[in-house]
Design a protein around this ligand. Sequence first.
Ligand SMILES: NC(=O)c1ccc[n+]([C@@H]2O[C@H](COP(=O)([O-])OP(=O)(O)OC[C@H]3O[C@@H](n4cnc5c(N)ncnc54)[C@H](OP(=O)(O)O)[C@@H]3O)[C@@H](O)[C@H]2O)c1
Length: 242
Amino acid sequence: MNILITGATSGIGLGLAKNYLADGHKVIAVGRNAKILNELSLLGIYTVELDLVDLDKSREKFQLIAKDFECIDLAILNAGNCEYLDVADFDASLIKRVFDANIISLANSVEGVLPLLRKSKTPHLVGVASMSLYLPLSRAEAYGASKAAANYMLETLAIDLAPDKILVTVVNPGFVKTPLTAKNDFPMPFALEVDRAVAIIKQGISNKKIEIHFPYKLTLIIKFLSLLPRSWWRVLGQKFKK
Ligand SMILES: NC(=O)c1ccc[n+]([C@@H]2O[C@H](COP(=O)([O-])OP(=O)(O)OC[C@H]3O[C@@H](n4cnc5c(N)ncnc54)[C@H](OP(=O)(O)O)[C@@H]3O)[C@@H](O)[C@H]2O)c1
């Protein structure tokens, strides 16, 4: 398979890129970190240095990918970032940064990869959102909202791409130990190592699941809590504050 992975220079995306390469697939890694991209290229991965927030650059780079690859069979759109908001110092520029990283980069990737997915016999589009979209969580005004938007975009694409036979999967992880969560200053229940998260995501992809969420112990609790009346969550949400 030809597999394109965004956010392939760190954490979950890096783990997926190396793992799919080891399975013998052709991997196209997209990221910004030139040093890591160079290391990946030495391993035999096709690398693309790109800030996915920049639409013009993204169009340019996807045209180059289209010259080198007839099709993409699996696109894992995983690039993203997390910043928490301090409501005492509400900073709208933080909201923009997080939406750029999580939504604009997703939209730019979808635009770039769709024509190549359409050329595959078994096209599969996978987007990484987060379990934070199930419930409003303290300080996640930017991150949670951007991941809820990513989930909505992906679920809508699932409907609109069904006639093209493009399967869409949403990945909603709980906590995974990566550079993104290393800066978290609060407990991360049931946090998984990257290798475990990669194995779960790969399994879900090969089983063609439409949603991959993990670790179950956490995501099932959060999904259950999300069924509570909104007024209950307004009270309970206070207990989940750092
Ligand atoms: N870790 C968790 O607990 C967790 C939980 C739920 C959801 N997620 C989601 O999972 C995804 C991967 O997270 P992670 O924990 O593996 O984070 P990470 O280690 O920080 O990796 C993030 C990746 O995204 C790339 N990226 C960010 N902005 C980009 C941009 N504008 N253009 C191109 N690449 C960009 C980074 O590239 P460079 O390093 O090259 O800049 C990096 O490769 C994210 O979407 C995150 O929100 C993670």
